[in-house]
Write a protein that binds this ligand. Structure first.
Ligand SMILES: NC(=O)c1ccc[n+]([C@@H]2O[C@H](COP(=O)([O-])OP(=O)(O)OC[C@H]3O[C@@H](n4cnc5c(N)ncnc54)[C@H](OP(=O)(O)O)[C@@H]3O)[C@@H](O)[C@H]2O)c1
Length: 335
């Protein structure tokens, strides 16, 4: 058997993106430590991870929770790289924003401290940020107003605007913005190699049992339901496999720096509805009819030029995103 490329840690292995990164890492020949939240009352089924090809030899599962920032140390020990993917997803606002944001930042800094303590092995941390940390700003903001503006890595969401406007997903967006800033600052101040990947709405197939919130949000463009980000009329999207590959690309790149946007398609209600109805004629699409009555949100695209210039190649288009997502929704009984 081929020798391992080294051991890496992925936080949030039970999630949509975390589990797909683990699948790809195992395929690529890495050994993987992943963290999951313990759930003693209902023992959770993580066989979708332990049954992955290569998992029996090369996947180790650890319990850790962002509420206990020190709990990630054991999973990070001996790793050459850490992918910090886990984050609270509280779109229903069950907890106050400040509580969620504090947990997210403290948890991330706890992970970075553990990386610093293991700096003899840990060479780089890749933090999964989000376009939520980029897209939201005061609509009178000068730079964002123009349709032609290219949202590169210089743009950040305005936390004061998010807290005041309470747009859909605002609490999550605040926590993503402040956490990305905190991890980049920690890296600079402590000489730790920290880079961030900034994906837009992630769509595609999924191996986790839960219906991913971004699959729900993205397909809501076609099905006319209000998703976790409200009524979306236009949104930037990217395939889950491109996102997982971009994480690994940043680990393997000789010298990445700072943030990297990761987006491949600007999708409208019309384009996604066309793709769904041509491949799945049995699906009932009501969105186009509703369109005239709804004042929905149109989100801008992010420029992925920096990632592409660094050598990354996107492999998937909208058809594959929709096809993979609908196939998995049907297989798992969500449709
Ligand atoms: N999906 C997208 O469109 C998208 C776009 C841009 C960025 N992102 C980012 O990508 C990452 C993964 O998102 P996802 O879509 O894969 O979401 P997901 O499926 O909901 O996964 C979130 C993961 O975080 C874990 N988690 C939540 N709270 C935690 C806590 N207190 N301590 C430890 N782990 C905790 C969850 O564990 P449980 O299973 O125990 O809940 C789960 O494994 C997030 O950082 C998100 O901000 C996602």
């Amino acid at each position: 058997m081929e020798e391992s490329k080294g051991r890496v840690c992925v936080t949030g292995g039970t999630g949509f993106i975390g589990s797909w990164i683990i699948k790809n890492l195992l395929q690529d020949g890495y050994s993987v430590n992943t963290t999951v939240r313990s759930n003693p009352e209902q023992k959770r089924d993580i066989s979708f991870l332990t049954n992955l090809p290569g998992a029996s030899q090369n996947l180790q599962i650890f319990n850790a929770d962002l509420s206990n920032p020190g709990s990630f140390s054991a999973a990070i020990e001996g790793c050459i790289g850490v992918f910090h993917v886990a984050t609270p997803m509280d779109f229903e606002l069950q907890e106050p924003e400040e509580v969620v944001t504090k947990r997210t930042i403290d948890g991330a800094l706890g992970i970075l401290k553990a990386c610093l303590n293991n700096s003899n092995t840990v060479k780089r941390v890749i933090y999964t940020s989000s376009s939520s940390a980029v897209l939201y700003h005061n609509s009178s903001g000068k730079d964002y107003d123009s349709e032609e503006v290219v949202l590169n890595e210089d743009f950040w969401s305005d936390v004061n605007y998010l807290r005041a406007s309470k747009v859909d997903g605002w609490s999550y967006s605040v926590s993503k913005t402040l956490t990305e800033k905190a991890v980049l600052e920690f890296g600079e101040q402590n000489g730790l190699d920290v880079v961030t990947l900034v994906p837009t709405f992630v769509l595609g197939p999924f191996i986790c049992p839960k219906l991913p919130s971004s699959v729900l949000a993205s397909l809501s463009l076609a099905f006319g339901d209000e998703g976790p980000f409200g009524w979306l009329l236009q949104a930037p999207m990217v395939h889950v496999d491109d996102v997982a590959r971009a994480h690994i690309f940043l680990l393997e790149h000789p010298n990445p720096k700072g943030r990297y946007n990761c987006s491949s398609s600007l999708v409208t209600v019309e384009t996604i509805s066309q793709v769904v109805s041509s491949k799945y004629p049995e699906c009932q699409l009501s969105m186009i009819d509703k369109l005239k009555q709804i004042e929905g949100t149109k989100l801008q695209d992010l420029s992925s030029k920096k990632l592409i210039d660094a050598g990354f190649v996107f492999e998937y288009g909208l058809e594959e995103m929709v096809d993979g997502a609908i196939r998995c929704c049907k297989e798992k009984g969500y449709m």
